[in-house]
Design a protein around this ligand. Sequence first.
Ligand SMILES: [Zn+2]
Length: 132
Amino acid sequence: MQNYYTCYCDTENPFSDCCEPFLKNTKQAKTPLQLMRSRFTAYKLGGYGEYLLKTWFPLMSQGLDVAELSQKSRDWQHLTIINKSQLGDNGLVEFKAQYLDAAGAEQTHHEHSIFKRIKGVWLYIGEEITSK
Ligand SMILES: [Zn+2]
């Protein structure tokens, strides 16, 4: 048994030393991966709509509000980072995240997330649309 809460974002780090400082606005994500992980944790825990909105490129989050984003829209289970890359102020993170659907069956959300650093702050742009 662990004597601290391991973070939800697929690290072995304690929550208090991983995503929590980002969610509580005491630290700012230094990499797209940190931001991606913290946003997953925000979705997983619920109640962090303000953080999700703050870390979202404004043009891409139009029409979304804090109350909506604070709801646990899905029963998120587990995050797996597949790939990440960063070139200057542009970042990409590929991940898979498992969640349970209404019937309790495990589903997988697979996304290539695009991030951009604007005035020193990493923001989530959105999901890369790939031709499948
Ligand atoms: Zn974390």
